[in-house]
Design a protein. Structure first.
Length: 153
């Protein structure tokens, strides 16, 4: 008998439930949910939503932790999710919406938005982060394309 890792046994259910509540609060669509979770299949995501539980990978747990951190920071600093869908001019965003940066294929988009929100003045990490985001886009070949149903610049 194989034992599931501890994070699967004790963290997956609550993490997934919290993610689904944030997703509803932010009114995310399915492509955005899938990108934020590291692209599980549509069937897997529907199963998770229907059953409110599932076995998450360590990467997915980490992604959800960033989503929850961003949710908390947005509530503390902005009081709403409106900030996520407004194009931003800081270097990290380059005219894109924060949700689009978060939905980049790599986890770095989530990390950089969380660091941006956590930084004093919301911009201290922006210069470093913009270089990392550009590297992710170049590596994924999606610069200037469409990702998760949303346009990225």
């Amino acid at each position: 008998m194989t034992r599931r890792p501890l994070y699967e046994q004790h963290v997956s259910g609550p993490a997934l439930a919290a993610f689904l509540r944030v997703s509803a609060a932010w009114r995310l669509d399915e492509p955005q949910e899938r990108m934020l979770l590291g692209q599980p299949s549509p069937e897997t995501l529907r199963n998770w939503k229907q059953n409110r539980t599932g076995a998450l990978s360590l990467d997915q747990v980490e992604r959800i932790s960033y989503v929850l951190r961003i949710f908390r920071l947005l509530q503390e600093k902005h009081g709403s999710a409106g900030w996520l869908v407004e194009p931003r001019q800081e270097p990290i965003f380059g005219g894109r919406r924060p949700i689009d940066v978060m939905c980049l294929e790599d986890i770095r988009g989530l990390r950089q938005v969380a660091q941006f929100l956590d930084a004093p003045g919301e911009g201290a990490a922006a210069e470093i982060a913009s270089d990392e985001i550009a590297a992710v886009e170049a590596a994924s070949g999606e610069a200037g394309g469409r990702r998760g149903g949303q346009r990225t610049k």
